[in-house]
Design a protein around this ligand. Structure first.
Ligand SMILES: CC(C)(COP(=O)(O)OP(=O)(O)OC[C@H]1O[C@@H](n2cnc3c(N)ncnc32)[C@H](O)[C@@H]1OP(=O)(O)O)[C@@H](O)C(=O)NCCC(=O)NCCS
Length: 197
């Protein structure tokens, strides 16, 4: 699957209700951390008491290699969605968790992906703005910025809008049913090859 083959110009380039989607740098993401974390909490159904801790985690992520971030804004400047990720490498919590799970599962394909890939760490749209094509635009814009040949991510292993989106983008299921040390829910690992870039 190439980046160009999953881009859908009809939606990706459409004004779509005055929503502007574009790449931002780490400095800008830092400035948007509180607002973005509020979206993360409402989109995932987490209590607002977790926002400060999560915002601190985003600050740590700003130092990760090859950080890429994209945002969606309304014309009045309101942030309605965001996505970011970085090169996945040993020493990062998510990378080490997935690596350990892949080893225990004997999943050589996933281990191979982990050796050279970017992680899509977060992708969220404000609940009242979901279902309007914003998530797809954010994902496409994010993938178009990636300086790596592969992107992987984890998402709850259940029939969610996120899973529909990833499959609609042509992502492949690399591992189902992974249980992280911090969460009782099973997660699925998805990946996409960006070979034509
Ligand atoms: C997942 C999410 C980012 C998608 O953003 P969105 O703006 O709602 O999605 P879009 O309107 O761009 O739809 C993109 C695709 O998602 C899927 N989708 C969207 N809403 C859906 C729904 N209610 N049910 C099933 N599939 C849905 C469709 O496959 C759609 O494909 P299409 O482009 O061919 O129509 C958003 O729903 C969200 O923030 N969810 C909660 C947080 C979350 O789960 N984040 C991902 C964590 S890994």
């Amino acid at each position: 699957m190439s980046v160009r083959s999953f881009l859908r110009p009809d939606r990706a380039r459409r004004p779509d209700g005055q929503i502007t989607v574009g790449a931002i740098d780490a400095v800008r993401l830092d400035a948007l951390r509180e607002e973005a974390t509020g979206i993360w909490a409402s989109a995932m159904g987490y209590p607002s008491s977790l926002i400060a801790t999560r915002a601190s985690l985003i600050r740590q992520h700003l130092r990760e290699p090859d950080l890429r971030a994209v945002t969606a804004h309304e014309s009045d400047g309101t942030l309605v969605g965001f996505a970011y990720g970085y090169r996945s490498q040993p020493g990062q919590w998510w990378h080490d968790e997935v690596h350990g799970l892949a080893e225990r599962a004997g999943n050589g394909v996933l281990l191979d992906w982990l050796a050279d890939c970017h992680e899509l760490c977060e992708l969220h749209v404000r609940p009242h703005q979901q279902g309007r094509g914003i998530g797809r635009r954010l994902a496409e814009e994010f993938l178009a910025t990636i300086p790596a040949r592969r992107v992987i991510l984890s998402t709850p292993d259940s029939p969610t809008a996120a899973v529909s989106l990833y499959e609609a983008l042509g992502m492949q299921l690399l591992a189902p049913g992974f249980v992280f040390s911090t969460d009782a829910r099973p997660f699925a690992i998805y990946g996409i090859e960006l070979t034509a870039r």
